[in-house]
Design a binder for this molecule. Structure first.
Ligand SMILES: Cc1ncc(COP(=O)(O)O)c(C=O)c1O
Length: 363
């Protein structure tokens, strides 16, 4: 039976909203024992001192968080060698990506992303009715600077690139990015979500170039994907524009306190990063022996081409039936790949033995 009131209300949806698929009413429940390697989360426990900060913050649950995240922005500024007006704090870096799209795009504008890249950008472009230009990585996943400067991306309002990149895990030298930023009069958004697992980072470029916006998140290297802490660094004018557009009280008191505590105790995470990098190497070698071709990764995940015979979708579904979750991307060019987050030694053992079992039974 049709509901006339609902139909009438829905008829007012914007045409962009009409194009979006409504998520299913209930996501399938996760088995608590599954080996979850599909979302680049960091499964290591937080240092006790950071946990204590979270618990203490809970006592302030009835208060609004600090206006404009002043304390958190100041702490991040002093840790990263910037001033507070060069820093915006976000409810995860995805909030900040959204703000950038809000601030810079009107319908019909062009935005360019290095591709394959973080697919959330595609959705943001669609929400803004922008043309989404995907620029392929160069040979050996290098940055095609000339193409970005003089090809169709020349007309983009901004260019987004992640370094290390998701989903490839590949890393381009910061000098190449600097060359692009220096020669471009466009805004370049450098998303460094995975940079703490990489050999270098672009922080030093922030004070050199006013057309650079650098994004960081604590979701991956600081194990707080569920608490939502991210930062944007850039020229005070750019950052100020984004801050004026931000939601009131965008973060919560726990995320705020945990962010402050992580900044004060960053050294306590070094062992976590070291272990992830060791497991990354071990998993990469073991997967290669099982017939996978693994891209060199500088992130907390691996992108692996699956052995001939089955595609990435088959591997993802087969692993999932055995309670091991990995990511698969249906887009063109990635059909034969799966992306595996690097977890604990135990999780990687479970993953590798499941892959090995599947490989020997599907010959
Ligand atoms: C490249 C990249 N940027 C940003 C994000 C968003 O991270 P956050 O949890 O800070 O919103 C992700 C998450 O997967 C990512 O892969």
């Amino acid at each position: 039976m049709s509901d006339a009131r609902l139909l009438s209300a829905l008829s007012s949806l914007s045409h962009v909203a009409k194009q979006l698929e409504i998520p299913p009413p209930a996501a399938p429940e996760l088995d608590a024992n599954c080996v979850k390697l599909n979302m680049n989360e960091n499964p290591f426990p937080l240092p006790a001192i950071v946990r204590e900060a979270a618990i203490a913050a809970f006592e302030r649950h009835y208060l609004y968080p600090e206006d404009d995240n002043v304390g958190l922005r100041e702490a991040a500024a002093s840790a990263y060698g910037l001033s507070a007006d060069q820093v915006i704090a976000g409810n995860g870096s995805s909030e900040l990506l959204g703000l950038i799209y809000n601030a810079f795009l009107a319908p019909g504008d062009v935005v360019a992303m290095m591709s394959p890249g973080f697919s959330f950008n595609r959705k943001l472009a669609m929400l803004h009715e922008a043309q989404f230009l995907e620029i392929g990585w160069g040979k050996d996943h290098s940055l095609p600077t000339h193409q970005l400067l003089f090809g169709p991306a020349r007309d983009a309002k901004f260019v987004v690139l992640a370094n290390p990149n998701n989903p490839t895990g590949t890393f381009v030298p910061v000098a190449d990015i600097e060359r692009l930023v220096a020669q471009s009069d466009r805004l370049i958004v450098l998303d460094e979500a995975y940079v703490d697992f990489a050999p270098d980072n672009g922080l030093r470029l922030v004070n050199r170039y006013s057309n650079l916006l650098l994004l960081r998140t604590f979701s991956k290297s600081y194990a707080t994907a569920g608490l939502r802490v991210g930062f944007g660094f850039g020229h005070p004018e750019l950052i100020g524009r984004l801050r004026t557009m931000q939601n009131l009280f965008n973060m919560n008191v726990i995320g705020h306190a945990v962010g402050m505590s992580i900044i004060a105790h960053r050294a306590a995470f070094e062992e976590n990063h070291r272990q992830i990098m060791l497991e990354r190497e071990r998993t990469s070698v073991a997967l290669s022996k099982l017939g996978f071709t693994v891209l060199p990764s500088h992130a907390n995940f691996l992108l692996a081409r699956v052995p001939e015979g089955h595609d990435g979708a088959w591997w993802q579904a087969t692993l999932q039936r055995q309670n091991v979750l990995v990511a698969f991307f249906p887009e063109k060019g990635l059909e034969n790949f799966i992306r595996i987050t690097i977890g604990t030694e135990r999780q990687m053992d479970a993953f590798l033995s499941t892959v090995s079992r599947i490989s020997s039974s599907s010959i």
